[in-house]
Design a protein around this ligand. Sequence first.
Ligand code: GRF
Length: 201
Amino acid sequence: MHLAVLASGYGSNLQAIINAVQSREIDGRVVVVISDQSDAFALQRARNKGIEALFIDPSLFSGREAYDREIVSQLQRREVELVILAGFMRLLSSHFVKEFKYRIMNIHPSLLPAFPGLDGVKQALAYSVKVSGCTVHFVDEGLDTGPIILQEAVNVYDSDTEDSLLLRIHTVEHRLYPRAVQLLIKGKLKMDGRRCLVDES
Ligand code: GRF
């Protein structure tokens, strides 16, 4: 299966996906990495592995919809079947979401629906939660509102800082995201209304 990863920044989740492809834990191939930031380290990670790295400059487009149409056409040109958002800091237009219905995944550093949007980790600490975690979900037009695919919890300790909690969550993300991708590739994710059921057999 042709996979695309969209990332705006550091790309540690992209790296986890690339590694899982290499070790055959994911039966697919990352055919392109797309970023809205020219200096995203994620683009460098792609180049290091000989994967096509594409910077698409949002300032060249009249708005979100026009920008997304360009991304969709680049994805279609490469026969991409699954779009993996990995720290991509833009909301997707309904055009994009409709073209790839239940074919766009995102990962978020909290147990959704708690603490959506920016700074999920900071919000969780400010709320004094004792358990947080990460969530892989399908993307809809909302902000972190799509059907949840997988979640995993981590403890939050009194001694935690944003950095220490983020680190603990990232470690789980790097395991959870490749697993979710492979479940989709293997046809193990079934939608039942708005629920995403996971066939673990
Ligand atoms: C991750 O924490 C993910 O949950 C959030 O953005 C961050 C991206 O990190 N959506 P990285 O660029 O993959 O290192």
